[in-house]
Unconditional design. Structure first.
Length: 587
């Protein structure tokens, strides 16, 4: 009897020892087409031990040596495999309807069906392939209930976005933009030089244009105030949640991708003009008239109709039916991106460099953007996850003055049917020998003079980045802290040449914008599956956020230039200095 008890004890000891062999199993989940399956559930068969894969399909779970794993994901057939086969898992789509997983506030992924508000997801490839430099413009026509309007066809011009209409007449109606859980600025900063103030501005971009669409994995549009309760009043108009690409790979090697695209733009929708009558009024030619109701084109030149001058020489009087249309040029966009992604489910990295160059449809317009991005993630000592991402942007824009009157576009309405507009550019006669404006209509700038002699330039440097640290206490309880920054400096210069109608004595304006936003987020997540019975799950999120924003604008304006063509504030006679600063902290 004693021998039997001893033998049983030994067997129990070896069974406990065998079961006590716990090891880490890592893997990555893909579908039958090789695409990553995010947020799949990996469960040890026969036990309540389960983890959730991350956004790149990677997971780590502690199981016994002989354990079998059950991998399941919304819209896919569950698969049971041995723990030793977990390096790369392929799931087959099921017959049921796919349950969408969306990224919501603070970067938390949730089942779309569990949300109490409307949301819509757009894949990054849909944005990158549209040929738009401005992220907001690229969303046009792809999101229900969202109205997007572009300010103009100018290079780097702004785009306005409203979710479910206008909510306020006095406050901003723009949604909040969030990149990888960190709020960023989509502000539109105006330069107020000249007599028209911001109306004579050059249509600067909204700052979402600084984000390279080639680096975007997905965009989730959260609609309504309830969608963004965690972001406070800033998100009353909805949230645009942007998730950037990560560098995870199951093969442990680098993937190098080079993409290049070219697109062109042409101005359309021109008004129809009559081409029977030329410059003048009431049937008589007037060389300084902005009207086209002079003599009929082809009429015999006489002193009475003004087509014959006092010396008896006939005035050139032929129709130029495309003179307004030909003022606009064919714009184009070159977009080139090189990306390198590598690593495995535990350590991975991503690097990309991109350059976008846009030539506008209006003469002398251009926009150049360069993006450099690096990100990396690693798992330290099994339970600790560390990651970070930084994106550097340099954006240069050269625009032309807008508004009515003496802008590059305002005088076009006064171009008569017998004016050879293109000759001013072709012969360089849009300015006189002394550099002053040359136009037949008094107190009005030649459109080419306004475009080439009164430009506005912007040179912006911007950094968007974050670092995050996560710790898994158990397979159902984790905590993470994320620190993010968005900072940019935009240095602008606006000039008005001497003889410009808006500022006849000349002007040089230097305008500097500085914005800095620092965000710290602490998030504790508790997730338990099959608590009391199969299928009964619970989630608990506890978090705290600190957001600090700083804005500064400094302007130095010099009027009455002494030396023509020298656009330094020191060349001015009169000076004006202005500054504004705003600081805000929210907990």
């Amino acid at each position: 009897m004693k021998k039997n008890v001893t033998l049983a004890s030994v067997l129990m000891f070896f069974c406990a020892l065998a079961y006590g062999q716990i090891r880490n199993v890592t893997g990555i989940v893909r579908d039958d087409k090789g695409e990553l399956v995010p947020f799949a559930t990996v469960t040890e068969a026969g036990r309540k031990n389960a983890v959730q894969a991350d956004a790149s399909g990677s997971f780590l779970i502690k199981v016994a040596d002989n354990a079998r794993l059950v991998i399941s994901a919304s819209g896919y057939q569950a698969q049971t495999i041995a723990g030793t086969e977990a390096a790369s898992i392929k799931l087959v789509r099921g017959d049921g309807q796919l349950q969408e997983v969306v990224v919501t506030a603070l970067g938390v992924a949730r089942d779309k069906r569990s949300l109490g508000y409307a949301t819509q997801t757009i894949k990054g490839a849909e944005i990158a392939n549209k040929g738009e430099l401005n992220l907001v413009s690229a969303l046009q026509g792809r999101v229900a209930g969202v109205n997007i309007t572009s300010a103009s066809g100018g290079a780097g011009s702004s785009a306005n976005i409203n979710i479910r209409g206008t909510h306020s007449f006095t406050q901003s109606n723009q949604p909040l933009f969030v990149v990888d859980g960190i709020p960023i600025s989509n502000n539109l900063d105006r330069t107020n030089g000249g007599t028209l103030g911001s109306i004579g501005d050059f249509q600067p971009p909204n700052r979402a244009i600084d984000i390279d669409p080639n680096n975007i994995e997905s965009i989730n549009v959260l609609k309504g105030g309830a969608a963004a309760a965690l972001y406070g009043s800033r998100a009353a108009n909805g949230v645009i949640v942007i998730t950037t690409k990560k560098g995870s790979s199951a093969r442990g090697r680098a993937d190098i991708t080079l993409s290049s695209s070219y697109s062109f733009q042409n101005a359309t929708g021109f008004l129809e003009y009559q081409n029977e009558y030329g410059q003048g009024l009431n049937g008589q030619f007037n060389p300084i008239s902005a009207n086209s109701w002079g003599p009929k084109i082809g009429s015999t030149p006489t002193l009475a109709n003004g087509l014959l001058n006092a010396a008896g020489v006939a005035v050139p009087y032929i129709s130029y039916p495309n003179n307004i249309k030909d003022f606009f040029e064919q714009g184009n966009i070159w977009d080139n991106t090189l990306s390198i992604n590598g690593g495995n489910q535990d350590q991975n990295y991503t690097f990309s460099i991109g350059n976008s160059n846009q030539k506008g449809i209006i003469p002398n317009q251009k926009f150049i953007r360069t993006n450099v991005r690096f990100g990396a993630n690693t798992r330290v000592k099994e339970k600790i996850k560390l990651g970070g991402d930084v994106n550097f942007t340099n954006a240069y824009q050269r625009g032309v003055p807008g508004g009515n009157g003496s802008s590059a576009l305002g005088p076009l309405v006064g171009v008569t049917r017998t004016t050879d507009l293109q000759a001013y550019k072709r012969d360089g006669t849009y300015k006189n020998a002394n550099g002053t404006n040359n136009w037949y209509v008094p107190s009005t700038d030649n459109p080419y003079f306004a475009a080439y002699e009164n430009p506005i330039t912007s040179n912006l440097t911007r950094v968007i980045g974050n670092v995050n640290l996560g710790y898994d206490f158990t397979n159902w309880l984790s905590a993470g802290y994320r620190l993010g920054i968005d900072a940019y400096t935009d240095r602008r210069k606006q000039i008005h040449a001497i003889s410009s109608n808006r500022v006849p004595a000349g002007q040089a304006l230097e305008d500097i914008f500085y914005r800095n936003e620092l965000t710290g987020q602490l998030l504790v997540t508790a997730k338990k599956n099959n608590i009391f019975f199969e299928g009964f799950n619970a989630n608990l999120l506890l978090g705290h956020e600190v957001n600090q924003r700083k804005y500064q604008n400094v302007t130095l304006q010099g009027d009455q230039l002494t030396i023509p063509g020298y656009y330094n504030v020191n060349n001015a006679t009169n000076y004006a200095v202005g500054s504004f600063e705003d600081n805000l902290r929210e907990d």
